[in-house]
Design a protein. Structure first.
Length: 351
């Protein structure tokens, strides 16, 4: 009966059961947010019937909900003026229907963590001239990523991470682009690395595999003036460890994540040179050698994470008590042994 309502937000609630059919008659809705209400579901009305009268809708957030496999054609038919679409962890599968190209008003697309979205990323995404955010991470997209998408000057966030069958070839970046986040970790990427890589003057967050990186890439990365968050992953179980000491030259970094490396033969002492780091995350790495004490010199760290690392039953180092600005310390499944050092009591800012 709330026929004049334009914004409906029931996100993160503990409501459960079928979404009421009455909501489908609220034709003036501009935004709908039902995300993370995991016990809500589309029954009667179905997702298609629910969206049928929503022609005024501009923003739709359904993260964590089941909406069926025909979602892309339903949206194209029902909400032609949609601007923001967020379907994270909806466990939708299949490919994106060609009719989705009719949603030319889209500015942000979040399709991450669906795990079974397949097919190619549509070429027509490059025609969405207002697109600022494209997140299709943690899916099963394949084929060649359309390089024309790199030409979108409106694009600020591009997250293609964890699509192992997706081929991404870095090519020309136009001058004046506004890209702030580029995450290609966990994709099959290659690069020509033209001088235009230096046009990424706004890039703050960069995620990459270090597979097959040559000497040119570190030099190009070091010239990115705004970069402060670097995420590096090693791909493939049989690949040799790359040399990572070049990262120590990026002294402007405030966030660093390393995933999948074997530090059993080479202690990453170079981390100690990144004195501006505020967060350090290391996952799925092996340390049969001592964990580098130089981390204890990173006195600006507010967040430190080790997860699924193998420290070969080493003791937790006492220098951890030097990191007195830590507000978050997460050590998970890392095979430490022995007593927790008493110096951990120095971390009085832990939350």
């Amino acid at each position: 009966r709330l026929t004049d309502i334009i914004h409906l937000n029931l996100s993160h609630t503990y409501f459960w059961g079928q979404i009421p059919i009455g909501i489908a008659s609220l034709k003036n809705l501009v935004t709908i947010d039902l995300s993370r209400s995991y016990d809500l579901y589309f029954g009667r009305p179905s997702f298609q019937a629910f969206m049928a009268n929503m022609s005024n809708l501009r923003e739709l957030y359904l993260d964590g909900m089941g909406i069926g496999s025909d979602w892309s054609s339903v949206l194209a038919d029902s909400v032609p003026q949609l601007q923001v679409l967020s379907l994270v962890e909806c466990f939708i599968s299949g490919s994106i229907h060609p009719s989705f190209s009719r949603l030319r008003s889209l500015t942000a697309i979040y399709l991450g963590k669906n795990f079974e979205l397949t097919g190619k990323i549509p070429e027509y995404f490059s025609e969405l001239s207002s697109l600022t955010i494209l997140d299709v991470s943690l899916n099963q997209f394949e084929g060649q990523f359309p390089t024309k998408i790199f030409q979108l000057k409106s694009l600020r966030t591009l997250d293609l991470s964890d699509n192992p069958m997706l081929s991404v070839r870095l090519t020309h970046f136009p001058a004046g682009n506004n890209l702030e986040t580029l995450n290609l970790a966990g994709t099959n990427f290659s690069y020509d690395m033209p001088s235009s890589f230096g046009n990424l003057e706004s890039l703050k967050i960069l995620g990459l595999n270090t597979m097959g990186i040559d000497d040119k890439l570190p030099t190009l990365i070091s010239k990115l003036p705004s970069l402060d968050d670097l995420q590096l992953m090693r791909s493939g179980p049989d690949l040799e460890n790359p040399v990572l000491s070049w990262v120590s030259n990026l002294t402007q970094l405030t966030h660093l994540m390393l995933g999948g490396y074997d530090f059993s033969k080479s202690i990453p002492t170079w981390i100690g040179k990144l004195t501006r780091l505020e967060s350090l995350a290391i996952g799925y790495c092996s340390f049969s050698v001592p964990i580098p004490y130089q981390i204890g010199n990173l006195t600006k760290l507010a967040k430190l994470e080790f997860w699924n690392c193998d420290f070969s039953e080493q003791r937790m180092p006492s220098w951890i008590g030097n990191l007195t600005k830590l507000t978050s310390l997460d050590i998970y499944n890392c095979n430490f042994s022995g007593p927790i050092p008493s110096t951990i009591g120095n971390l009085i800012q832990l939350e």
